[in-house]
Design a protein around this ligand. Structure first.
Ligand code: NAI
Ligand SMILES: O=C(O)C(=O)[C@H](O)COP(=O)(O)O
Length: 384
């Protein structure tokens, strides 16, 4: 079996070796000629999988994308050729949730404000939106979920309309797939009118797909409204963000919100499981076999480390930065995004961060209540 895999997908050798020969390719520039003799194709979000790529291939048995999003894959085309396809729903949801939470903590601390006093609107309450809400709620932040589709499906959580979120939320975090048609299409969901209607001092985070915000309109509105705070991990026209937008953005990163080692391992592992199922092969490996230990295995906290106390926000941020310091990516982004292949190079060379779960917090003295420990656990840390 010939397996063609994106060169930036970790753990492919460990998981797919037993199935055949593996060839690594540059996923952004994969050609029909390179793909023509693949039995298995393993891609990331940057490879357009469609008729143009695959019409020369008559032997393809499986396409796997180690991503949550599927907008780069023509699933109807694969169906028409009976080629099984699988993505990795939820694989990096925790990574995205922690990224959004850390970015909010970072902004709050930078502005001398308290995140706990904010109301956060989450647009799209699926895997990544819910993971963001989980961190915020563990910290005691009020969350407003907006997801008309889940609401219509009967999800029992409390939902708010987008208009309510725009009117009431201090922070808006976007977690929708990119869709171009239908009642709930998300392409330019945040157009000029909605951007202009944001409450004074709103923080807007986009960790889903760049085109959910009209980036040209964002430049226009951002130039007129210095009160807005922006966190962008995704950009219209990747890998070439619009240059004028970058200085208006408070935290800028190159589509790496989902890049935790855990998320990456889970993504590749889910495709391995699917191929095992398709080929009647026994699953013999586990995700935890793949992950190295974190360089800080345990961190001790003293009695006054009540992570729930808003006065300790900077301490919580310090702790979060041990797992992931978003400032590093932001600095690199500003230096490199405009260079030739800068955006892709940053993603390729990204040192995959760890999730909170890699860090064990040791509460060395008994707390007055066990709430801080429970909150730390809810945030995702291991607690002893
Ligand atoms: N920056 C990054 O590294 C990553 C980005 N993503 C992007 O984030 C997107 C969301 O990921 P998940 O949360 O895992 O997907 P999901 O499918 O679990 O959840 C998406 C939610 O958005 C809702 N939705 C759709 N249209 C909506 C609208 N107009 N208004 C409000 N809600 C709407 C859906 O009902 C669904 O519940 C992915 O499709 C992908 O494009 C995902 C992972 C990593
Ligand atoms: O899962 C998704 O959807 C994403 O956006 C990915 O995290 C993006 O990462 P790559 O697949 O481009 O490495």
């Amino acid at each position: 079996m010939k397996i063609i895999a994106d060169e930036n997908m970790p753990y492919v050798v460990e998981l797919f070796n037993e199935f055949g020969d593996i060839e690594f390719v540059d996923g952004r520039h994969l050609t029909p000629e390179q793909a023509q003799d693949a039995d298995v194709l393993l891609v990331r979000s940057i490879t357009k999988v469609n008729a143009a790529l695959l019409e020369q291939n008559q032997q393809l048995k499986f396409v796997g994308s180690a991503t949550i999003g599927t907008d780069h894959v023509d699933i109807d085309y694969l169906d028409s050729r009976n080629i099984p396809f699988s993505n990795a729903p939820g694989c990096n949801a925790t990574a995205v949730g922690e990224y959004a939470f850390i970015a909010m903590l970072e902004l709050a601390t930078r502005c001398g404000e308290s995140l706990k006093d904010k109301v956060v609107g989450i647009v799209g309450a699926g895997n990544t939106g819910s993971a963001t809400a989980k961190c915020l709620e563990a910290y005691g932040v009020k969350v407003m979920l907006c997801d008309p589709i889940k609401q219509q499906e009967g999800d029992e959580r409390a939902f708010y309309s987008l208009e309510q979120v725009l009117a009431e939320a201090d922070v808006i975090s976007l977690h929708v797939p990119i869709t171009k048609d239908g009642e709930h299409k998300t392409w330019f969901l945040f157009d000029e009118a909605r951007l202009a209607a944001l409450k004074p001092n709103t923080w807007l985070l986009n960790c889903c797909r760049g085109e959910v915000i009209d980036n040209n309109a964002l430049i226009k509105v951002g130039q007129q409204r210095s009160d807005l705070k922006l966190v962008l991990d995704v950009w219209q026209g990747e890998p070439n963000p619009i240059t004028e937008l970058v200085p208006l953005v408070d935290i800028a990163t190159p589509h790496i919100a989902g890049y935790s080692l855990e998320g990456k391992a889970k993504g590749t592992f889910m495709l391995y499981e699917k191929l095992c199922q398709l080929t009647n092969t026994k699953v013999t490996k586990t995700v935890s076999d793949l992950l190295p230990p974190f360089h800080i295995s345990e961190f001790s906290l003293s009695v006054n480390a009540d992570l729930l106390d808003g006065a300790n926000q900077a301490k919580l941020l310090g702790l979060a930065r041990m797992a992931y310091d978003v400032r590093d990516d932001d600095v690199k982004f500003r230096q490199r995004f405009a260079q030739l292949n800068g955006f892709d190079q940053m993603r390729k060379q990204h040192k995959h961060r760890r999730e909170f779960s890699a860090l064990t917090l040791n509460f060395v003295q008994a707390q007055l209540s066990n709430e801080p420990m429970l909150a730390a656990e809810q945030l995702g840390f291991k607690v002893t």
